[in-house]
Design a protein around this ligand. Structure first.
Ligand code: SF4
Length: 458
């Protein structure tokens, strides 16, 4: 709870400092103070009182501890506001049974966004007061927040009669995610990646296409077109487990071709296929020809000695050299910045992790820092991820390497993620330094978080 004590103190100190000049607290005018209390939670004012650094800290607390939902916070979720559809197998609460529609994420001041993890034990609560949704720390309203409006395509059916929201969910502010199954052959072979909880995910559709896939390529193309046309998505991702004989590869090719035919474009803007690195590099070229703009081959762990132990199925499928060769080949085909590989942050030592990030960045590949959250159903269930301070420091080092090699943090699938937030703060600080008389960055909370990679000392 140290993080919460720090946030509470920081926020209260910040508010009292901001209002000191404007308020005569000596006379204790309760009507005036009550009014100021209401004003303080207005969205426009919240943006001024809470800087980007403060909001980022609170977002970090949400990530580490989740949030509770007051009864009032359920109002209009699933009708006016977007509901969570559970296809988020990185998240600890993704597979939990749902008896009612739950909110998917919140929009916070300064453009911050956070997908929600619900936890009854969290000191943070979402509550609606007089129609306005607020994020509370105990009894203190930190600031107003908002849910995302529910996309219109969530109410539509495909031509085959399937709810579009079951084919592709909307996430990360601007993405349609198509998860073609919640199964991986590595579990049957008794060699799943140790951190993986994909089988705890609750698929929205059973394997209704060829016994393996949730949706047909044509249905996926239809849903992507609907989400793009509505203006709620500018990118799509198709992902799922590794199947026997890598049956997902020909399927992905069909998905790409279906999108090409439906959208009438050779390359589908913002499209990404996520798959195990193919041994046959011709398949990488074929994915490009089928219209994908980028690919991700998720190595997950860089450390050479740990790799076979943590991701045994991947090692069995193709030795590590083959994965690296496929990544290098892919960047030649798709171009710099269009190839990615998740490295799960928090399992291996920071030193080897950063070696992997640098190896990839030198080649124009994003090694993506996804913080490890021990997933239910995984071999690591019940373990603990490193501290917020550890993750922050690592992420800032990743951003430094990306910047050194000309890779943008606003990459595919970055919408609302912590590294994009930190990248944005770094850009703002640089802009302010360029505009200031002395050319120096402001030494505020943002500097400590996004440049030094340190939690503030309070
Ligand atoms: S390849 Fe690994 S991470 Fe991916 S679904 Fe299979 S077990 Fe999970």
């Amino acid at each position: 709870m140290g993080l919460f004590a720090n946030i509470s103190e920081k926020v209260e100190r910040s508010i009292s400092k901001k209002f000191k000049a404007a308020l005569d607290t000596g006379d204790g005018d309760s009507a005036l103070l009550g009014l100021v209390g209401k004003l303080a939670t207005r969205p426009a004012l919240a943006r001024k009182i809470y800087g980007e650094g403060e909001v980022f800290l609170i977002k970090s607390a949400l990530f580490m501890s989740g949030v509770r939902l007051d009864e009032s916070a359920y109002e209009a979720v699933g009708t006016r506001w977007k509901e969570d559809l559970g296809q988020r197998h990185y998240d600890p609460d993704a597979g939990k049974p749902r008896t009612r529609a739950m909110p998917h994420g919140i929009l916070m001041p300064h453009g911050f966004y956070m997908p929600l993890t619900i936890s009854a034990a969290s000191p943070l609560t979402l509550r609606r007061d007089h129609g306005e949704l607020c994020l509370y720390l105990d009894d203190f309203c930190l600031f107003p927040v908002a849910y995302e409006p529910r996309p219109s395509y969530y109410d539509r059916l495909t031509a085959s009669g399937v709810p579009m929201r079951h084919v592709g969910v909307h996430r990360l502010l601007r993405q349609v995610l198509v998860e073609y199954n919640a199964y991986c052959n590595f579990f049957s072979q008794k060699m799943p990646c140790l951190f993986c909880g994909i089988v705890s995910d609750r698929p929205l559709l059973s394997a209704r296409h060829r016994g393996k896939f949730a949706a047909t390529p044509g249905e996926i193309a239809e849903v992507v077109e609907a989400a793009y046309d509505e203006g709620v998505a500018t990118e799509m991702q198709v992902t799922g487990g590794v199947l026997k004989d890598q049956a997902e590869v020909p399927y992905l090719l069909e998905v790409g071709r279906a999108m090409q035919a439906r959208l009438g474009e050779q390359t589908i803007k913002g499209s990404q296929a996520v798959l195990a690195a193919p041994a046959d590099l011709v398949q990488v070229d074929a994915l490009k020809e089928a219209g994908f703009e980028g690919v991700a081959f998720n190595l997950e762990i860089w450390n050479e000695a740990l790799w076979p132990g943590i991701v045994p199925g991947k090692q069995h499928l193709l030795p590590r050299d083959g994965w690296l060769r496929a990544l290098e080949h892919a960047v030649g085909v798709f171009g710099k910045g269009n190839v990615a590989s998740v490295l799960v942050a928090g399992i291996e030592p920071a030193r080897s992790y950063l070696e992997g990030v640098e190896w990839m960045a030198e080649r124009g590949i994003h090694a993506v820092p996804i913080p490890w959250t021990p997933a239910p159903g995984s071999a690591f269930e019940g373990h603990q991820t490193p501290t917020a301070a550890w993750h922050l420091d690592l992420t800032v080092r990743v951003l430094e390497l990306w910047e050194k090699h000309g890779l943008s943090p606003e990459r595919h699938s970055a919408g609302g993620l912590h590294y994009a937030d930190l990248g944005r703060m770094r850009a703002h600080l640089r802009r302010e330094a360029a505009e200031s008389a002395n050319g120096e960055m402001p030494k505020d909370l943002r500097h400590s978080l996004a440049i030094e990679g340190k939690l503030p000392a309070l």
